[in-house]
Write a protein that binds this ligand. Structure first.
Ligand SMILES: Cc1cc2nc3c(=O)[nH]c(=O)nc-3n(C[C@H](O)[C@H](O)[C@H](O)COP(=O)(O)OP(=O)(O)OC[C@H]3O[C@@H](n4cnc5c(N)ncnc54)[C@H](O)[C@@H]3O)c2cc1C
Length: 270
């Protein structure tokens, strides 16, 4: 983990309320992995850092990309930054996605601002040797078509993209989990089982995790709990995980350090 005062290289609006920012930080870009995040000082009036997943990390160019949705004071402060300004950041933080065993199919299921970390994951999955051995499919959910992000990025990677919107303005009308259900094998005997990678709003992740459990499919989730220090000290981001042994006292883990990526069946969904 490193701290950097990274210059902004690119900052542009990519969808309604969503912006992409590219920062220069060779040190962080050289070791960042899919599912990890950066913790940014967004500027006045927000004093605490804010976490954002990495959309991309290019070790050769030394750049980090992330997408943020403007929801409050921190993300609003970010909108005032221009190329050449510097941002104080910590990263890469957290535990990354685990790569699947050879030749598995990976289904990436993202909702809203949970989609960006799946893009970096897709790139790294496609890069895994032997070349061309992975089948990666993206399922992207959003409330409305103006909030569907990254679909063209996945398509440029050659990945099939299936979109669901709550209001039906793009793709399937309804939840991305309902859309996913149609593509899953009903039993493990029907061809190779896909590995699921899920990131999005908690109810969506809980539904996808339950579906994976019913179909006996391996699934990882990346949680986006609110967090304070992101260094494992403040305990502000703990989530309940399965008791060991089953039935014994409750266990908690920190999203910032043991997570944000967990096996879906580890989490106690409430
Ligand atoms: C590991 C991780 C990765 C993340 N990756 C991204 C990303 O790639 N892009 C992105 O846009 N956002 C991401 N988030 C969420 C992002 O950190 C918050 O949206 C941001 O901190 C909001 O800051 P703010 O000051 O603008 O809003 P605040 O003023 O803090 O909050 C505004 C509103 O948003 C709600 N809110 C704030 N944070 C969260 C959260 N984590 N989950 C649900 N509701 C929240 C608040 O309850 C409030 O209603 C991630 C969060 C985590 C923990």
């Amino acid at each position: 983990m490193a701290q950097a005062k990274a210059p902004v290289l690119v900052h542009r609006r990519i969808a309604r309320d969503h912006c992409l920012m590219r920062l220069k930080s060779a040190r962080i870009a050289s070791c960042a992995l899919p599912g990890q995040f950066i913790h940014l000082l967004c500027g006045e009036p927000t004093l605490l850092r804010r976490p954002f997943s990495l959309l991309d990390a290019d070790p050769r160019a030394g750049t980090l990309d992330f997408i943020y949705k403007v929801v409050g004071s921190g993300t609003r402060a970010l909108t005032h930054l221009s190329p050449g300004d510097r941002v104080d950041l910590l990263g890469p933080l957290g535990t990354p996605f685990k790569m699947p065993p050879d030749a598995e199919t990976a289904y990436l299921i993202g909702g809203g601002v949970g989609i960006p970390p799946l893009y970096l994951l897709a790139k790294r999955l496609l890069d895994l040797p032997p070349a061309g051995s992975r089948r990666v499919v993206a399922f992207l959910g959003a409330r409305t078509k103006d909030w569907v992000i990254c679909a063209d990025g996945f398509r440029r990677l050659g990945i099939p993209v299936h979109v669901a919107t709550d209001d039906g303005t793009s793709g399937h009308r309804g939840s991305v989990v309902d859309l996913l259900r149609r593509f899953l094998p009903t039993t493990r005997n029907r061809g190779p089982a896909p590995v699921l990678y899920i990131c999005g709003p908690t109810p969506m992740m809980a539904a996808a995790a339950a579906l994976a459990d019913r179909r006996d499919l391996p699934a990882q989730v990346s949680l986006e709990e609110r967090m304070g220090c992101a260094m494992g000290c403040c305990m502000g981001c703990v989530v309940e995980v399965a008791a060991e042994p089953a039935g014994s006292h409750a266990r908690f883990q920190r999203v910032c350090t043991e997570g944000p990526v967990f096996q879906a069946d580890e989490i106690v969904w409430r």
